[in-house]
Design a binder for this molecule. Structure first.
Ligand SMILES: *Cc1c(COP(=O)(O)O)cnc(C)c1O
Length: 403
């Protein structure tokens, strides 16, 4: 138990945030003051194992020393030039990221939602310029239960009432199909369809994994029908699922990757669309932009974050300890648990009732994770997590599900 003065800090912070902040989240009542690797420390000095990793933004672990050094060194040189000038970090960032993805070109942005918006703009313009879709008729196919971010266009094609309600009118030009049905994709495509935007695993919807072969079938349909396959790998990419990209599990190379989150190891918002020259070539000077997109600080951080993923073998690590972890989770037996699913170090535990009380119980046990869509507990620790820490997490989960 924290002593009184310390407990007062947590209470004071909760009250201050409630008083001055906007209440658009329902966070766990833990006030983090420091973090290292897979562990975070609250203002009372209590430590917790982080099993959310900022929604996979800190795959490389909190405050990774190499990324921190890159950030510091770059911050002392130059942080922002705007794209009115060039900077010496953007070219190698584009080259290294494109090569990692096996692609030809990179469009740097900041938040994930911005990268999704940029992919939408690229796909529409590609549809008009390359496919000859009549002006303003382009359609993009999306899936039910998608999560692609929070901008007005993006929430407009969400099927989640809480994300949409009260924010209309919405952008037209999107068609929604069930996730996991290649047949539905084939049926919905028209001559005006320019792209299919999909998450390989629907994380926010509750770690929903499609039937085996779905992505490969979707890729085949897209290729055959002349439609771009855009994979939103903002959360699944960069090692989370035990492959560099979740698409790799089915040998699929999409027409465009949308990346964010772990692209900067949690230090600084960096996102990108990575695609072919054919697709990104639709942008000409003046047609798209971002003041901070491609800034030298973000690029230097992202370059080091990508090198850490590669140098530390985080993809293989995620595959190996992830499959052990999923096996252990599968052995949790409790009447409340319906299913455990996932891939790599991305796991969802679906319950019959609300997941929140379990997340609160786990917090008291020193493990932080978060419910998604009410009944699913998402477990996604940093990929650098030690085997012993992961074993400890399994023990905590067993305790939370005992009784
Ligand atoms: C987090 C996320 C986004 C949005 O990223 P932001 O940085 O929050 O804008 C988009 N797509 C997926 C799959 C995500 O997980």
């Amino acid at each position: 138990m924290p002593h009184l003065a310390e407990a007062a800090v947590t209470g004071e912070m909760l009250a201050m945030e409630d008083r001055w902040g906007t209440h658009n989240y329902h966070p766990l009542p833990v006030v983090v003051a420091a973090a290292q690797g897979a562990w975070v420390y609250d203002v009372d000095g209590k430590r917790y194992l982080d099993c959310l990793s900022a929604y996979s933004a800190v795959n490389q672990g909190h405050c990774h020393p190499r990324i921190l050094r890159a950030l510091r060194e770059q911050a002392e040189r130059v942080t922002l030039t705007s794209r009115a000038y060039r900077n010496d970090q953007l070219p190698p960032f584009c080259k290294e990221l494109a090569e990692l993805c096996g692609m030809e070109a990179v469009l740097p942005m900041n938040s994930g939602a911005e990268a999704v918006e940029s992919a939408i703009k690229a796909a529409r313009r590609w549809g008009y310029m390359r496919k000859g879709i009549p002006r303003n008729q382009a359609e993009i196919v999306v899936c039910e239960n998608n999560f692609h971010g929070r901008t007005t266009t993006i929430v407009g094609f969400s099927s989640d009432a809480g994300s949409r309600e009260g924010f209309g009118p919405f952008t037209p030009g999107f068609r929604t199909i069930p996730f996991g049905s290649a047949g539905a994709l084939d049926r919905v495509i028209t001559p005006n369809t320019c792209a299919f935007l999909v998450e390989p695993i629907q994380c926010e919807a509750g770690i929903l994994t499609p039937p085996a072969g779905y992505l490969a079938a979707a890729a085949e349909i897209c290729r055959f029908r002349g439609v771009l396959l855009i994979a939103d790998e903002i959360q699944t990419g960069l090692g989370r699922t035990g492959a560099m990209f979740a698409c790799d599990h089915e040998g699929v190379r999409p027409d465009a990757y949308v990346l964010g989150k772990a692209l900067s190891g949690g230090f600084y918002p960096v996102s990108a669309v990575v695609s072919s020259r054919d697709v990104l070539g639709v942008f000409d000077p003046g047609s798209h932009g971002s003041t901070f997109g491609g800034n030298p600080l973000g690029c230097a951080v992202a370059r080091e974050a990508l090198r850490v993923v590669q140098d530390e073998g985080l993809v293989r690590r995620s595959a190996e300890i992830g499959s052990w972890f999923l096996g252990e989770l599968g052995r949790l037996s409790h009447p409340e648990i319906i299913e455990v699913r996932g891939q790599g170090l991305l796991a969802g535990i679906e319950l019959r009732g609300p997941a929140r009380p379990y997340c609160e119980r786990l917090q008291r046990l020193g493990l932080l994770c978060k419910e998604t869509h009410d009944r699913v507990i998402r477990i996604a620790p940093p990929l650098v997590i030690g085997r012993e820490d992961l074993e400890w997490a399994v023990g905590r989960l067993r305790t939370a599900f005992s009784a």
